[in-house]
Design a protein around this ligand. Structure first.
Ligand SMILES: [Zn+2]
Ligand SMILES: [Zn+2]
Length: 658
């Protein structure tokens, strides 16, 4: 125990200043106090200090005096916490190491790294972290390609759960690069429709960021040259590295968007973009240049990675506690999220489906490549429990797992939440960069129709999305009742409980949607939804009356008593769709908005507690019974049927949402 740790780290575990606060035993300890002492520990291979280095890159360390330290308020912290459930009394243990100390390191901005302890005997659960061992030298792509080849071979040969997610039969993409052998200075562009019969073997794909501009692209003017040869030395480093890795893996073909889609042909681009699900879905291995902001960085890591495996430490318990110490295995808590989901590549919207649809992806991260396939899909990598699962890509439902509820209540909301956090350059890409996943969900759902970003199955529930920081696109992207009608903004749904408690106040009567290509997955040009719903005017409370959160009450002129008005004041809230909606300005008169209740849920022994969710609608000027959605409302409390009935009874209307 502790033998791999440096003296400073060992002392931290041995003599922390333990305190009991907030229901947990906590310790804080100052770590290395000088850069020299930290560097000595890095050389000796202390795993904790190496973790530290990953949050305090060497070039950002400034060894400074006490006086200068006053100028800086930032710090990095390393936190270890967990629940010691291996002993009779369960208790939380948390230790924080502060940097800087008396003479410390200055870190721009606050950063912290968390470790999750696993108590004795649980280390097997962490074996999935299998990057290179500490002895792997040299940051060259050839070196890194060898283990990649092993991981992929193991997946292909022995993972029964792995295989293509898309059901379409294997077909080569329209164009591919023939990579040739390791010593060749060139690659060739192949058009698969012409030479299909001679082609044998799989192809890889590359996920990467273009950056400002790619120096070399496939154009109508250079396609003939590319068919003859493309000099690898002319390619940006990431593209050249992908060729080397593909050759080393023994894979004959590689697909790279810039070289396989004609960049100055709208026709070609449209056709190929719509085939993206198949291109990535049938890729043998998707190579993801995770840590790069553009195409010049290459695939090799910037830092030596050796934190892959958990390491054991013995934590001394506070005086008088039994047992006197705990043997734990420590692993970086958000090991994979820190390297993959937080990587520059994965901040891009288009990359979500490239990764989600690929059978297997190798993420080339800042300090090591990490392998992901369906069998080894464990986004937490480093410990369950804490951390934020919403920050991680959800796992695509398997073909055998076609339970509608699981897909619509869990997978689709989670992928939307993950996807809408990512950036897109064009507003219209918001509805397009997820079509590959939508097609897959369509396959899984069977008979459901894709309606401008929502599904026809359980449509009412899906209308209740919530937007955060949404804004209006300059040009029409979709209807107000769908999230695709907004530019930017995070989209999420409230976690739903047991569906069987739901009662629907509204009926879907039909819809009319037109798209550019006539298919349900084409770009939407117009969309309307017809509902039969009770409508009730809402009185929106001005911010001064309502506090920080936008609230409302059902119109006081309506038939309900004062007591109920108060109940609704305290428990009724609105999520506006737009961050700053000019139609809802509070300074002058509030426009008349209406509540259309969608779902009512009753809980509690006698069903006395109700939750009501619905849409906030704004009538469209000059049109009869036509509304647009401006928000979602929620109301909850304990009222009887009778009371709710009073508000909405007899108010059913047939309305159109656009
Ligand atoms: Zn150390
Ligand atoms: Zn696998």
């Amino acid at each position: 125990m502790n033998e791999r740790l440096c003296l400073r780290c060992r002392l931290s575990f041995k003599e922390p200043r333990w305190e009991f606060s907030g229901g947990a035993w906590r310790a804080e300890s100052t770590h290395h106090e000088t850069v020299e002492s930290l560097q000595a520990s890095l050389i000796s291979g202390c795993p904790l200090c190496i973790a530290l280095q990953s949050i305090v890159p060497p070039e950002q360390m400034v060894d400074c005096s006490n006086d200068r330290l006053q100028e800086f308020t930032s710090y990095a912290s390393l936190c270890i916490f967990g629940n010691s459930n291996s002993v009779a009394q369960s208790r939380d243990v948390s230790a924080t190491f502060w940097i800087p100390g008396k003479r410390g390191f200055v870190v721009p901005g606050r950063r912290s790294l968390n470790f999750q302890p696993h108590f004795s005997g649980k280390q097997d659960a962490l074996r999935k972290i299998t990057p290179l061992d500490d002895t792997t030298p040299a940051h060259t792509s050839v070196r890194w390609a060898a283990p990649v080849r092993e991981w992929v071979t193991e997946c292909v040969e022995s993972h029964t759960e792995c295989g293509p997610l898309v059901s379409s039969p294997f077909r080569y993409p329209t164009r591919l690069l023939q990579v040739g052998d390791l010593s060749s200075p060139t690659v060739q562009l192949l058009e698969t429709t012409k030479g299909d019969a001679d082609m044998v073997g799989p192809y890889n794909t590359l996920s990467y960021r273009w950056g400002n501009a790619l120096p070399i692209r496939l154009l109508t003017t250079n396609i003939d040259n590319f068919r003859r040869e493309i000099a690898v030395s002319l390619l940006p480093k990431t593209l050249a590295d992908a060729i080397v890795v593909t050759r080393t893996m023994g894979v004959p073909y590689l697909w790279i968007d810039a070289l396989c889609i004609i960049q100055d042909s709208t026709f070609d681009w449209e056709r190929e973009a719509s085939a993206m699900a198949e291109v990535y879905g049938h890729s043998y291995c998707n190579l993801a240049a995770s840590h790069n902001h553009d195409s010049t960085g290459g695939l090799a890591p910037r830092l030596q990675g050796s934190l892959g495996r958990p390491f054991s430490v013995r934590i001394t318990c506070p005086l008088g506690m039994e047992p006197p110490y705990l043997d734990t295995w420590l692993a970086e808590q958000e090991f994979k999220a820190n390297r993959v989901d937080a990587a520059p590549l994965n901040s891009r919207g288009w990359v979500v489906q490239e990764r989600a649809l690929a059978q297997r992806t190798v993420h080339f991260t800042y300090d090591q490549p990490l392998f992901e396939c369906r069998t080894l899909f464990d986004p937490s990598y480093g410990g369950p429990g804490r951390g934020n699962p919403a920050q991680r890509l959800p796992k695509v439902p398997a073909r055998s797992d076609v339970e509608t509820g699981a897909i619509l209540n869990h997978y689709w909301p989670r992928i939307l939440y993950y996807y809408t956090q990512r950036q897109l350059t064009q507003p219209s890409d918001r509805s397009r960069a997820i079509i590959g996943i939508a097609r897959l969900v369509h396959e899984r759902l069977g008979n459901s129709q894709y309606l401008a970003g929502l599904w026809s199955t359980r449509l009412l529930r899906q209308l209740l999305w919530i937007s955060s920081q949404g804004c209006h696109p300059v040009t029409y992207c979709g209807p107000s009742w769908s999230w695709i009608g907004l530019q930017m903004g995070l989209i999420y749904y409230e976690e739903t409980g047991d569906d069987s408690l739901d009662r629907f106040d509204t009926q879907v009567l039909g819809w009319k949607i037109t798209t550019t290509d006539g298919s349900e997955f084409g770009s939407v040009t117009s969309a309307s939804l017809h509902l039969k719903s009770p409508l009730h005017p809402l009185k929106v409370l001005l911010p001064a009356d309502a506090g920080d959160f936008p609230r409302f009450c059902f119109d006081p002129d309506a038939i309900f008593d004062n007591e109920l008005a108060q109940v609704s004041n305290s428990s009724c809230f609105i999520y506006w769709d737009l961050e700053d909606d000019p139609r809802m300005r509070h300074d002058d008169k509030m426009p008349h908005v209406f509540a259309a209740p969608i779902i009512e849920t009753r809980r509690g022994g006698n069903g006395n507690h109700f939750e009501l969710r619905g849409l906030v609608l704004l009538p469209i000027d000059g049109q009869v019974d036509v509304y647009c959605r401006v928000g979602m409302f929620g109301a909850s409390g304990s009222r009887t049927d009778q009371h709710m009935g009073k508000i909405f009874r007899g108010k059913d209307k047939i309305i159109t949402l656009t």
